[in-house]
Design a protein around this ligand. Structure first.
Ligand SMILES: [Zn+2]
Length: 240
């Protein structure tokens, strides 16, 4: 990595704040990923007047031990719809790929492209498929398919912001939305035991505090934000 090149590129291609975007498409592997990874920012974007669409790649059918797939899907979809309503999400689209099952990334990418072309978002929020040690196939497929679809179909001035990222380059203050994020996570009752909720509050809270210090607030969420042009043959993407 050449620092001189990276610094020059940051000036040549300044990346705007994701809070300034008003037509937001969240591409999510499972019910609860949006709330867990970016719930504060989503709540903030909504209160700033953004239109927000959730595009759910899988139906969440592998998420509850001891329950049938059919029953699980019903519960998790309902929880996601309730959490989305709580956050003021304008629309949810379900692609219904099988959670943890066999499906082809090419099919997902084609579905995402169609939706990106229809919705024409100025911001895509999704999981980072380049997170080292990420092993969940649905997360890797969702993030990579979203990146591939964005590279070809997203407006060149729009942004793609990855959460659950190891390479953040932007922090969003969510001081006024932290409680709302936690409340939204709690709506996914089938996923959250009291013990897990405590871990989430401590672990997410610690990170949000540390990121907040960087921008002078109490709680911040972290993102890797790129232009679509940076998703192909762009050697500095990791450091930009
Ligand atoms: Zn997930």
């Amino acid at each position: 990595m050449e620092e001189k090149i990276v610094q020059s590129l940051k000036k040549m291609l300044p990346i705007s704040q994701i809070e300034d975007k008003r037509n937001v498409l969240c591409i999510l592997p499972h019910p609860d990923d949006g709330e867990m990874g970016a719930g504060g920012t989503i709540a903030k974007l909504k209160s700033l007047g953004s239109r927000i669409t959730y595009l759910m790649v899988t139906e969440g059918g592998a998420g509850i031990k001891g329950k049938s797939r059919e029953e699980t899907v019903k519960i998790r979809k309902k929880e996601q719809e309730n959490a989305a309503e709580f956050l003021g999400i304008d629309k949810i689209i379900w692609l219904n790929y099988p959670d943890g099952g066999r499906y082809d990334i090419n099919d997902v990418r084609n579905d995402l492209k169609k939706n990106i072309e229809n919705i024409d978002p100025d911001l895509i929020l999704t999981v980072d498929p380049f997170l080292p040690y990420e092993t969940h196939q649905d997360h890797k497929i969702c993030g990579l398919a979203a990146a591939q679809a964005s590279s070809s179909s997203l407006d060149p001035n729009a942004l793609i912001a990855f959460f659950f990222t190891a390479y953040p380059n932007q922090y969003v203050s969510v001081d006024d939305y932290w409680e709302k994020k936690i409340e939204a996570i709690k709506i996914h009752k089938s996923q959250i035991t009291e013990e897990f909720l405590l871990i989430i509050q401590q672990y997410f809270g610690l990170k949000a505090n540390v990121y907040g210090e960087k921008i002078g607030c109490k709680y911040a969420e972290n993102f890797k934000v790129l232009f679509p042009i940076m998703l192909h043959c762009f050697e500095e993407a990791m450091w930009i």
